[in-house]
Design a protein around this ligand. Structure first.
Ligand SMILES: Nc1ncnc2c1ncn2[C@@H]1O[C@H](COP(=O)(O)OP(=O)(O)OP(=O)(O)O)[C@@H](O)[C@H]1O
Length: 217
């Protein structure tokens, strides 16, 4: 399998804070399915943000689809194919209605308004979320926001999906729905989740982040 995303020897500290990542490396092959586990505060969310260029490492390399990614332009290009679903949906949803939030990504990819709406509606249909199409985003429940956040990322038709604690705030029915959505995707997945029961239901290769480095479990 060709490599989709490669993080090599990543070092990172937030300004004025102790080091969090100290040589972390991760290779995500096309179609790979990985669970990223590790204690609270070990740097899992930070690593996902570095993977898509929302944070820059102090040292180390990010390669996406065979090309080095360092500049903002290079990461913008990478984010067309690698989608990150944030831990907090409020960090991701910012348009007045669900359909506008959904269409935002496809419009940014250069689709016409009609195409972007069609893509967004297709994803809402696939996820069985059409009933939320015209809802005011900030009036959604926590669980609804989480599913809509996933929908906005899937509307970009990514090749790699990075998910940060996606089962937070989901009731059992919606967690089951999320599981079935993730099972049905034939793209690479990197899942950060403390929910062992949820992880166990997906066939994932587990990598553990400990003391700044990643190792297979
Ligand atoms: N913007 C920030 N500025 C300073 N420190 C931060 C910032 N964001 C996170 N941290 C700190 O960096 C460390 C790693 O945080 P991160 O969210 O990456 O961990 P995590 O492994 O995802 O944790 P959890 O399992 O609790 O979600 C934590 O100690 C956190 O407090």
């Amino acid at each position: 399998m060709a490599s989709a995303l490669e993080l090599e020897g990543i070092h990172f500290a937030y300004p004025g804070r102790p080091s969090i990542l100290a040589g972390a490396s991760l290779t995500v092959a096309e179609g790979d399915r990985i669970a990223l586990v590790g204690p609270n505060g070990s740097g899992k969310s930070t690593l996902l943000r570095i993977a898509v260029g929302l944070l820059r490492p102090n040292a180390g390399r990010v390669t996406g689809f065979g090309r080095p990614r360092a500049s903002e332009a290079e990461f913008q290009d990478l984010r067309r194919d690698v989608g990150l679903v944030f831990q907090d949906p409020d960090d991701q949803l910012f348009c007045p209605t669900v359909i506008e939030d959904m269409a935002f990504g496809p419009l940014n990819l250069g689709q016409s308004r009609a195409e972007a709406l069609a893509t967004s509606e297709a994803v809402l249909e696939e996820l069985d979320l059409m009933h939320l199409r015209n809802r005011v985003t900030h009036h959604l429940s926590g669980g609804e926001k989480r599913l809509v956040t996933l929908a906005t990322v899937l509307a970009m038709r990514p090749k790699v999906l990075l998910l940060d604690e996606p089962t937070n705030a989901l009731d059992p029915e919606n967690a089951a729905r999320l599981l079935s959505i993730l099972r049905g995707l034939d793209i690479a997945l990197v899942l950060v989740s403390h929910d062992a029961a949820f992880r166990a239901q997906l066939e994932l290769r587990e990598m553990r982040l400990l003391e700044g480095r990643l190792a297979a479990r």
